[in-house]
Ligand binder design. Structure first.
Ligand code: GDG
Length: 456
């Protein structure tokens, strides 16, 4: 009998209305093989045994509630104030705290217990992201021998970055509990292998997999993408994305308000471009930046900094009939976003570090092939590894951002078309359905733990 799929992710859809590329891909994969989706519930509870069965038709959804203390120490603490900055090269923002680490381990052990109660012998497990690095190890401790794969959505940290952790050796050991470690890019794979090369407990096999304390683990890149066709269709709807005040020429930026996305430099780069723009032109930058992780200090700081810069840019350049920077600190519905992308002459992605960056792929998919806009893309986003036909920039260099805007807005139609066509090929080749199928195919082909079990 073909086994079921069990997915573990921090976010879990709470109703049948599944939206967003990743959620849709996982929903489809589960719908195909049947199985269980496990994730954190949006509400907290004092009772740590509180598991909510959200039901479901093609597959079952199980949500576990966090206590307030766990939300603080596990989610906002270890996951988002230690691991997130660590993976995004912001060691200066890492908050070391032993309560965070203890809660992180405890929540992962609890999720492993939930999983071990529902898993069947032929099931395979797919664990998502930095919230659950030690989940595989906790499952092995409980005797689970099924194939378990892990996908990291954020950049794999370098050896130097890892040394910020109090026990960096645990990071390597935890990951080695998985049969497959999936990463976004080839550069991520190189950093992961570098970590194991420096670890005396690891041995490299002929096929490139790693033997770590008698277990075999493969490390591969699986660049994530979007639902390309679905997104393109949404972008083609005729409705106006703006109300009455549509700007004539505008650039777009769409990001959770996160310090990894390089928003201050983006605003400064746009201001530097305004200084040198052709006479009489009145371009706008429409920046959508919904709030995220607002209880974490670093996010409060970046929100304040950005408001200050936005005020300064508009104060310096605005005219009675022109507001150059439209900064929207709220979420915009997805369909409207798709139409905004299509109308924008350029899209600015200025991440200082980013696992992939789906906005870059959404922008390309949304373009009119007969009159496409231009993608300006940070070299430090995972997407840049394959999307080489974008106008690539160094987001630390304000002048480089200004230069790129200049190039994008002046780019001749033939060049825009050629670049967009090449970029669309990359977006299609990494469609989110291809991504999930590839990952699961490789995971199923991995040798399982029981293949190495000793004979008695
Ligand atoms: C992590 C990794 C990796 C944003 N604002 C609104 C909105 N969004 C949507 C975008 C896009 C998604 O959120 C953001 O995806 P990104 O990939 O750009 O960035 P992260 O959230 O940091 O995602 C990243 C990703 O995981 C997948 O592996 O690419 O590197 O950091 O889809 O469109 N959507 C709507 N309104 C908004 O205001 N509807």
């Amino acid at each position: 009998m073909a086994g079921r799929l069990i997915v573990v992710s921090n976010r879990i859809p709470t109703d049948d209305n599944v939206s967003g590329g990743l959620m849709v891909a996982l929903h489809d994969a589960l719908g195909y093989s049947g199985g269980i989706w496990i994730g954190a519930h949006s509400e907290t509870s004092e009772n740590t045994d509180d598991i909510v069965d959200l039901g479901g038709t093609a597959y079952r959804k199980l949500a576990f509630r966090l206590t307030d203390e766990e939300l603080q120490n596990y989610y906002l603490g270890y996951a988002n104030s230690v691991l997130w900055p660590l993976c995004h090269r912001r060691g200066d923002l890492v908050e070391m705290n032993s309560d965070y680490q203890a809660a992180y381990r405890r929540v992962n052990a609890r999720v492993a217990r939930i999983l071990s109660q529902v898993i069947q012998p032929d099931d395979i497990v797919w664990v998502h992201d930095y919230h659950f690095l030690p989940l595989g190890a906790e499952m092995r401790r409980l005797g689970v021998t099924n194939r378990v794969g892990f996908f990291l959505h954020v950049p794999f940290p370098s050896l130097g970055d890892l040394s910020v952790l109090s026990q960096p050796q645990e990071f390597a050991a935890d990951l080695a509990s998985y049969n497959l470690i999936g990463l976004q890019t080839r550069a991520d794979v190189a950093r992961c292998l570098e970590m194991y090369r420096a670890d005396p407990r690891a041995e490299f096999m002929n096929d490139g997999s790693i033997k770590f304390l008698d277990r075999i683990t493969s490390v591969r890149s699986f660049p994530i993408g979007i639902d390309t066709k679905g997104f393109a269709l949404e972008a083609q709807q005729n409705e106006q994305p703006f109300g009455k005040q549509a700007p004539e020429t505008f650039l777009i930026g769409v990001d959770r308000l996160d310090y990894s996305k390089g928003l201050p430099n983006r605003f400064k780069g746009f201001a530097a471009y305004l200084q040198r723009r052709p006479d009489g032109s009145q371009p706008c930058l429409v920046q959508i930046a919904p709030p995220t992780r607002e209880k974490v200090r670093a996010y409060q700081d970046i929100t304040r900094e950005l408001e200050e810069i936005a005020g300064h840019v508009n104060g310096s350049f605005a005219e009675l009939d022109w507001t150059p920077l439209r900064y929207i600190h709220r979420s915009v519905p997805r369909a409207r976003l798709a139409r905004l992308y299509r109308k924008a002459r350029a899209c600015l992605v200025t991440s200082l570090a980013d696992g992939m960056n789906l906005v870059a792929k959404e922008y390309v998919a949304a373009q009119d092939p007969e009159d496409p806009g231009v993608l300006i893309l940070s070299r430090f986003a995972g997407a840049a590894e394959d999307m080489t036909q974008a106008v690539l920039i160094n987001p630390y260099d304000i002048e480089d951002i200004a230069r790129a805007i200049d190039v994008a807005l002046a780019m001749p139609l033939a060049e825009r078309k050629a670049r967009n066509a090449a970029l669309l090929q990359v977006v299609e080749a990494t469609d989110v359905s291809v991504w999930s199928q590839n990952f699961l195919r490789v995971l199923k082909a991995c040798p399982a733990d029981f293949d190495f079990a000793p004979f008695f």
